[in-house]
Design a protein around this ligand. Structure first.
Ligand code: MIC
Length: 676
């Protein structure tokens, strides 16, 4: 049968299992992407598995999330990461170089390779024909250790693109169209592969926009072919030698099919407070907007910002409106300056931000009470902007520019038939290569001392699953709870990403401010949830922090992909209800017992029993874990399992001593003669 591109890349990297839908496979990893907000925990967990250089071809640590340095915590993380990289063979991209996904696309992404990244939008690199998958920090650490990445074989959805986008309709509208069709759960367990004549009409950065937000559909990733446009991109980046053509074979089979006629699309917008809440812009046109934010790991490319500048050239923003613009990388920033685009934006009254994640993760620029904020970002989960009852809309740069100009949500087609001409890009792609520091030779690396500040503390320990679990239901939540509710965005909480105990105080802050105290007084317990629990980011803190509070298992109608993996990696049992109606049965405060749960997993039973002690009731939950998942859960987590040498695909890390779990205010890692 003619093969699609996804299957080809997976097959070429297969180290175990077989490529049958749903069956477990193990994949050789070529590249690992890390960012600072998930990177510190990743590094600490790597050090708990072993020492020495990472065992992956290319690993890059970016600093782009926690860049608001309100006190010592974030700079301490940066310094720790910089020394970790130098000591362990990882490239280090200093703060200001840009948002990890843009810089990775510019400097490292390669057709045909596999990238695992500790960030859900790692999928962006699919734009050049990579299989690029987001994962938790611990899973990224395992990949750094050279252990293949394991997953259930995803279904491949072929998305045929026909024709060409009309004026004012952009790549963002293509992915918003997919979100309109499928919602935020419609991509779970799937890779979306784009093909058809319309593909060639899209540049690599347009493809990156689509791949970035494929994460919002819940997908494993998105993949574009590597074609002449890819070659053009790599040439512009001074890396044409890394190009080779890749595409699906003619008549390739796909498990599911979608067709998008590009010419028939219109400007779309996601209303508050879900990326899946998509309507045509014309339906909400005329809504007052107080803020417009352009940028983030999506729509921060040169063409995105140059279009906004062209719309605003020689115009002034309405006084009632505040606008921010974020370039995706130092290279893009430089191009904006050389091409005159920066000047046009400044003159319009826009606030120019540095190339970091910034307002996309609630690092400043929170909207005013009740105000509408129109953003080109990828997520608008409730409260993510920093304002708890925010009203954030997601749209393309064209719609954002038209909205900024008029002060009300505006369909950009109202600005005329043709888009304005863009200032030609004057760029110097390799000018900043030396800002990404390659790791030193091994001899020098050995002499590097890790510098670990007082806020950097080890993750909660992993202990084997006991024979039975008991405790109370701590909270019952509904559908689509995002990881932002478990591990909130913003400068205040994210500064505790390397201190799980401190961070755990903020779990469910928005939905139930007393949660942490209650979990503490009850000695831990269970979470009951609806569909798509843990949607959104890859932050394993959404599992680490509940673990710190003693959460033992989550019962949900369904789980988001990465969060489910993070729960398993941290030894929290993710059960789905056999009867979704049981979501109503398990009330908050209910005392539960899971008798013989260890045995249930050991036997591979398809279901486990949950006893409601006071009501003498019993419900059955789905326990159809894969053999590997069962093994991890029984060990108490992925770290425990790898350290016990239990990983079926594991390589010898050469070493497995634990990092000192002692005083957080001393730095055991900095002691040069400490045997490790
Ligand atoms: C996001 O967009 O939600 C983030 C912030 O980039 C996260 C990573 C994190 O929480 O550190 C993600 O996408 O995984």
């Amino acid at each position: 049968m003619p093969e699609n591109l996804t299957t080809r890349i997976l097959r070429e990297h297969l180290t175990g299992g077989s490529l049958q839908p749903g069956a477990e496979i193990a994949l050789r990893v070529d590249q690992v992407l890390l960012q600072d907000a998930t990177g510190t925990m990743c590094a600490l967990q790597y050090l708990e598995m072993g020492d020495g250089p990472v065992k992956v071809g290319t690993a890059v640590q970016y600093v782009d999330h926690n860049t608001v340095q309100l006190d010592f915590k974030n700079p301490d993380d940066h310094r720790f990461l910089q020394t970790f990289c130098a000591k362990h063979g990882v490239h280090f991209s200093r703060p200001g170089n840009g948002i990890c996904h843009y810089v990775h696309l510019e400097r490292f992404a390669r057709p045909g390779e596999i990238l695992i990244g500790a960030d859900s939008h790692t999928t962006t690199s699919g734009a050049v024909g990579m299989v690029a998958i987001g994962a938790g920090g611990l899973e990224a650490a395992v990949a750094l250790a050279g252990i293949p990445f394991e997953l259930g074989t995803p279904a491949v959805v072929g998305v045929e693109l026909r024709g060409r986008l009309p004026p004012w309709v952009q790549a963002k509208d293509v992915i918003l169209e997919l979100l309109r069709r499928r919602g935020v759960r419609g991509g779970i367990g799937r890779i979306f592969e784009f093909h058809g004549e319309g593909v060639g009409t899209l540049s690599v950065t347009q493809r990156a926009t689509i791949c970035n937000m494929i994460a919002e559909v819940g997908a494993t990733t998105g993949v574009f072919p590597s074609d002449e446009r890819t070659r053009e991109w790599l040439r512009e980046q001074g890396r044409e030698d890394q190009w080779h053509p890749l595409s699906a074979e003619a008549g390739a089979h796909f498990d599911e099919e979608e067709v998008i006629a590009l010419a028939s699309l219109e400007p779309l917008i996601a209303k508050p407070s879900s990326p899946g809440n998509v309507v045509p812009v014309r339906e909400v046109a005329g809504t007052d907007a107080a803020q417009v934010c352009v940028g983030s790991s999506v729509n921060s490319g040169y063409e995105d910002l140059a279009l906004v500048a062209a719309v605003l050239r020689h115009r002034r923003l309405p006084t009632s409106l505040s606008m921010t613009v974020t370039p995706g990388s130092r290279q893009i920033l430089d191009t904006l300056v050389r091409s005159g685009v920066y000047g046009d934006l400044v003159a319009s009254g826009a606030r120019m931000l540095e190339p970091v994640c910034g307002p996309c993760v609630g690092m400043g620029q929170a909207p005013a009470t009740g105000a509408v904020s129109v953003r080109t970002f990828n997520r608008n989960f409730p409260g993510r902007s920093g304002t708890m009852d925010d009203r954030v809309y997601l749209c393309s740069p064209a719609t954002a520019a038209a909205t900024a100009l008029r002060g009300v949500i505006t369909d950009p087609r109202e600005l005329g038939d043709a888009e304005p001409a863009l200032a030609p890009a004057v760029s110097n792609p390799r000018a900043f290569d030396d800002q990404i520091v390659p790791p030193p030779p091994q001899e020098a690396a050995r002499r590097v001392e890790l510098v670990r500040g007082p806020n950097i503390q080890p993750p909660p320990p992993q202990a084997p699953l006991p024979e039975e679990l008991s405790g109370r239901v701590l909270i019952v939540v509904g559908d689509d709870v995002s990881t932002g509710d478990l591990s909130p965005d913003g400068a205040e909480v994210m500064a505790f990403r390397s201190n799980v105990a401190a961070m755990s105080r903020f779990v469910f802050r928005r939905l139930d401010p007393a949660f942490a105290d209650r979990a503490g007084s009850m000695g831990g317990g269970f979470i009951v949830a609806g569909n798509n629990y843990g949607q959104g980011s890859s932050r394993e803190h959404a599992a680490l922090a509940p673990k710190q509070l003693g959460v033992l298992a989550v019962f949900a109608k369904s789980f988001a992909r990465i969060h489910r993996r993070n729960l398993i990696a941290q030894g929290i049992l993710p059960f789905t209800f056999l009867d979704p109606g049981d979501h109503q049965t398990l009330a908050a405060g209910e005392k539960l017992q899971l008798p013989q749960v260890r045995n249930c997993l050991q036997q591979g039973d398809p279901t486990c029993r949950v006893v409601l002690i006071d009501r003498r009731l019993e419900v059955q939950v789905d326990a159809s874990f894969t053999p590997r998942e069962r093994e991890i859960l029984i060990s108490g987590g992925l770290l425990a399992q790898v350290r016990a040498g239990g990983n079926p695909f594991s390589v010898n890390l050469g070493h497995s001593a634990a990092v000192d779990q002692g005083s957080p205010f001393t730095s055991p890692l900095a002691e040069p003669d400490r045997p490790r």
